[in-house]
Design a binder for this molecule. Structure first.
Ligand code: 5AD
Ligand code: SF4
Length: 441
């Protein structure tokens, strides 16, 4: 086995996999390491410390961690100091070091504020593991936010109490907690001061966020969004991921009233058959989901919808899968994510009977994705001729080209005078499956 450098690391790289919350956590870990005097390794340069910020949601994501660990080598052939963070760290703990002895630090998603001291321990030759889920906030121990891209993530809620029977999140991210209102207002202010023009509020069940405002009144996510929207330099607010059962009247109304709340909603449904939804413990039906969408569309007629789907949940029949296709047809999603069911250790579904054979799952996924792609293209084509605002995020590949997002979270490219962070008005003139061309107005 390879040996690890036994000196304090000076450079680091954080690689995040999986969801947007991991992206957020990865940024915060990088800020934390930088505050300790380490510097981010440049593109293509060796790093003394590599943090793999991992995802446990499906088996493939988990296995990827181990193949990545095996491949981590510096140019002289030695292994960097490897830290495994994120949900695989939480789920597998010290086991990771048994399977991959080059890993010296294992730190769960609720403990990464301790990363610098754990790295120091590891650099002195010890191994360090921390997978406690303390209720006290890691956030308070993190350095204050500084520079930000035009679009920023802000974790407002973590964890999940829903216990969908296929999902590891309640085990890896723990029980639902909401970060305090005042902390979020402060973090948002710092992000905006650092350059953010759009903030996406994050949570595994973001719309379950609850807090007390500065007058002691209980508020939900809509109240938080209203407060943040009062900052004139913040132009856009988004939030993800939501559970249908936590779409409150207030939040629905906010979509009609709050101009800065973007007309886009990621609202996973997972499947279209009520029997499957019940076995998944989703606590909504296909019909209650569709009725909810009707109310949301009544508040904000142009809202773009996104979803998550699982095909091949244990026991799913052909007829039950067809119900998913019918639901997709009924909704007309602007975009969506779809996955083959992956049995996760410790979840109730993993021990349910009648697992669906792989070729059947493959075929169902293909059919579902064909339908979703068709609808995504149709949604983009229906946007042609519209004039909308685009928040410029980066330069495109071609000279003079810029890339950004429409209010409906479509990628838009255009050519002309602009700069990163600017809000421009464009007319949408060409539509592809994954992006649109805009003309500066
Ligand atoms: N298998 C396949 N997909 C899953 N998801 C969650 N758990 C599993 C699993 N065991 C999907 C759900 C969820 C998204 C983040 O990942 O669709 O909404
Ligand atoms: Fe997982 Fe269900 Fe919670 Fe979403 S709501 S994180 S799918 S348990």
């Amino acid at each position: 086995m390879s040996s690890t450098v036994n000196t304090s690391p000076k450079t680091f790289r954080v690689k995040s996999f999986g969801c947007q919350m991991n992206v957020y956590d990865g940024e915060r870990m990088a800020e934390l390491l930088a505050a300790e005097g380490m510097s981010a390794a440049g593109e293509g340069d060796d790093a003394d410390l590599v943090v793999l910020n991992t995802c446990h949601i499906r088996e493939k994501a988990t296995e990827k961690v181990y193949s990545d660990i095996g491949r981590l080598r510096r140019k002289d052939g030695s292994a960097p100091l490897i830290a495994v963070a994120g949900c695989v760290a939480q789920a597998e703990g010290e086991e990771i070091m048994t399977r991959a002895p080059s890993v010296k630090v294992v730190v769960g998603p609720q403990s990464y504020h301790r990363l610098p001291e754990m790295v120091a321990e590891a650099a002195s030759g010890k191994r360090a593991t921390e997978t406690d889920m303390p209720a006290e906030a890691k956030f308070a121990a993190l350095p204050k936010r500084r520079k930000s891209a035009p679009t920023a993530f802000l974790t407002v809620q973590e964890g999940c109490d829903k216990f969908c029977t296929y999902c590891v999140v309640p085990y890896t991210r723990g029980a639902e907690i909401s970060r305090p209102f005042a902390d979020l207002v402060e973090e948002a202010k710092l992000l905006v001061a650092g350059g953010a023009r759009e903030i996406t509020l994050l949570g595994q069940n973001v719309n379950a966020w609850q807090g007390e405002d500065d007058k002691g009144r209980s508020i939900g996510l809509d109240g938080l969004a209203r407060t943040l929207a009062a900052d004139p330099d913040l132009k856009r607010i988004r939030y993800t991921t939501s559970h249908p059962n936590d779409m409150t009247d207030g939040l629905i109304a906010a979509h009609g009233e709050l101009e800065k709340l973007m007309p886009f909603l990621h609202l996973p449904v997972q499947a279209g058959s009520d029997r499957v939804l019940k076995a998944m413990n989703r606590s909504h039906t296909a019909d209650s989901y569709l009725k909810l969408l009707d109310r949301i569309r009544a508040a904000r007629p142009d809202i773009a919808l996104s979803g998550d789907f699982i095909v091949g949940f244990p026991g799913e029949t052909d007829a039950e899968f067809e119900a998913t296709l019918r639901l997709v047809d009924a909704v007309g999603y602007a975009q969506a994510f779809s996955f083959k069911y992956s049995p996760r250790p410790g979840t109730p579904a993993a021990t349910m009977p009648d697992h669906v054979p792989a070729p059947v799952m493959d075929e169902r996924l293909q059919r579902l994705q064909a339908a979703l792609n068709r609808d995504q293209l149709a949604f983009n084509q229906a946007s042609l001729g519209k004039t909308c605002q685009v928040l410029v995020e980066r330069r495109g590949k071609h000279p003079g080209q810029w890339l950004g997002k429409s209010p409906w979270l479509q990628s838009v490219h255009f050519v002309g005078e602009s700069e990163i962070g600017q809000m421009v008005t464009v007319k949408l003139v060409e539509a592809g499956p994954n992006s649109l061309a805009g003309q500066l107005i």
